[in-house]
Design a binder for this molecule. Structure first.
Ligand code: NAD
Length: 503
């Protein structure tokens, strides 16, 4: 069965975004727009209509080497970036944030069209938070301090310095293209590193526009290099390159494992932000108005294509039927449509192959005995890749739909009876990214929070994010943290300097 999407008012594409999309885009290497040596051209599709929206260059292996060489040259001790004061680095980052703000609407249109997220979300979350990240880390730039160490050695001064780790390869996924790019670029630049950033194949456009703004802000050539292209082709070159010191990766656990293996050979510094299958837990004493809305937002925002999606909903048994009924009612009100339609709340999936993956999970869940509470059908509308927000129940802890990351708008609902039991079941996952707890009893919430082996716990809320708050996973959700002061540390090395004061 399919559902017709009614026609709605489409917001016209911002003229600056339209002008940007109409141009060809080359690789951004050493501060210049350059044609690929051994890459080619690719096209970007609007997942809400299937239409081609832009063409852009993709790099090949030689281009990856060129990009790293530019970053290496920009990191030479006498290069402009290295002799620049920390305060000047901060000024460049603040200038970039101001330019992003000036072009926020344009960036949001590019991001929405390329990734499928509703325009308001692209503007007020993705781009707005990207700007906040750049400002937050700009503020850190001239606050990176060493220490004087009180060593037990006579006449000896010992101090530490914090120095940039070197050339950093930043590899990002398609679900939050400009935001995750800034999660990584901002601390890398604040620390004084030089960078090669590889966007995901599906969503290179907002980052290419960001490169233009980086150039306008006045960053020296080679400090930021943007290299769209294939992960399987360019990723290994970047990860194994002897002059790349640090890799910051966000993406799937499968690719994360591969990167960790490759990086081990070169003793590279690595941070990995990977997949998740997060538990969201509603107790019978919760404020159900908030909990229902929170549980739906936790899985249906960004069409469920979130690493931290609250995709397993555990409900205390006495309120199971009430929660299912209210979730059904709420889910039916979610407006699915093209990302530039005025009232769209949930946009398309990123690609046909993602749709196939999600639909295969739905088929498998059905054959495992799952019951569909609401949704589950594709929409037939102007070739867009739409799926109704879906809630399933009557599933078992061992079913694939409960254990594996679906990365789509699919929620499974399971009953529980005891706090210890739900903690054990929530932790019974190879992932450990996030969890939600809904209860009016804060002592109980904190008891459960202590038992959960996850990187973020949300109590009576879900999915909060702030540039100052670290985010990352336990277990196969990765290691290291994006955001917060902690992420700055991953782009710095400590040098310990001893001086004999008698000479
Ligand atoms: P992906 O792993 O397929 O791709 C991510 C990036 O890695 C892309 O730029 C891709 O081109 C590149 N890549 C692919 N193969 C590579 C290789 N062999 N070496 C180096 N790079 C390679 O993931 P995706 O499908 O783009 O994104 C979805 C995944 O990302 C989900 O699993 C999701 O949970 C995860 N994710 C995690 C977080 C987090 O913060 N933990 C945030 C967003 C997404």
């Amino acid at each position: 069965m399919t559902t017709e999407v009614p026609s709605r008012t489409r917001i016209p594409v911002h003229p600056d975004a339209a002008e940007f999309l109409g141009r060809d885009h080359q690789l951004f290497i050493n501060g210049e727009w350059t044609t690929p040596r051994d890459g080619g051209m690719s096209v970007s599709l609007d997942p809400g209509s299937g239409e081609q929206i832009a063409t852009f260059a993709v790099g090949g292996k030689q281009d990856a080497h060129r990009a790293v060489a530019a970053a290496v040259a920009a990191f030479e001790p006498d290069a402009p970036w290295r002799v620049m004061s920390a305060a000047s680095r901060a000024r460049l980052l603040f200038a970039l944030a101001d330019l992003m703000e000036e072009h926020q609407e344009e960036l949001a249109h590019i991001e929405a069209l390329d990734s499928g997220k509703p325009l308001a979300v692209a503007r007020d979350f993705d781009v707005a938070y990207a700007i906040r990240h750049v400002r937050y880390f700009a503020g850190w730039t001239n606050k990176i301090e060493g220490a004087t160490i009180p060593v037990d050695v006579p006449d000896m001064m010992c101090r530490t310095e914090r120095t940039p780790v070197g050339v950093a390869a930043l590899i990002v996924p398609w679900n939050y293209p400009i935001l995750i790019a800034c999660w990584k670029l901002a601390p890398a630049l604040a620390a004084g590193c030089t960078t090669v950033l590889k966007p995901a194949e599906q969503t290179s456009l907002s980052v290419l526009r960001l490169a233009e703004l980086i150039s306008d802000a006045g960053f020296p050539p080679g400090v930021v290099n943007i290299l769209p292209g294939s992960g399987s082709e360019l990723g290994p070159v970047l990860v194994e390159h002897p002059e790349v010191e640090k890799i910051s990766f966000t993406g799937s656990t499968r690719v994360g494992e591969e990167i960790a293996r490759r990086a081990a050979t070169g003793i590279k510094r690595v941070t990995l932000e990977l997949g998740g299958k997060s538990a969201n837990i509603i107790f019978a004493d919760a404020n159900l108005d908030h909990a229902i809305e929170g549980a739906a937002a936790a899985i249906f925002s960004n069409t469920g294509q979130m690493c931290s999606a609250g995709s397993r909903l555990y409900v205390e048994r006495p309120i199971l039927d009430t929660v299912l009924a209210r979730l059904k009612e709420h889910t039916k009100t979610i407006v699915v449509g093209h990302q530039l339609d005025e009232d769209t709340q949930m946009g398309p999936l990123i690609s046909k192959s993602q749709m196939t993956t999600v639909c295969n999970y739905l088929d498998r869940a059905a054959s495992d005995g799952a019951r569909t509470v609401v949704g589950g059908n594709p929409h037939t509308d102007h070739d867009g890749i739409f799926l109704e927000p879906t809630v399933l129940t009557d599933v078992n802890d061992d079913d694939a739909i409960v254990r594996e990351e679906v990365f789509g708008p699919v929620l499974v609902v399971l009953p529980f009876d005891e706090l210890d039991e739900v903690a054990r079941r929530a932790n019974d996952s190879e992932y450990g990214l996030a969890a939600g707890i809904w209860t009016r009893d804060i002592a109980k919430a904190n008891r459960l929070s202590n038992l959960l082996r996850v990187g973020s716990v949300y109590i009576n809320t879900y999915g909060q994010s702030d540039a100052a708050a670290p985010f990352g996973g336990f277990k196969k959700s990765g290691y290291g943290r994006d955001m917060g002061r902690q992420n700055l540390e991953y782009f710095l090395e400590t040098r310990t300097v001893w001086t004999d004061l008698r000479l």
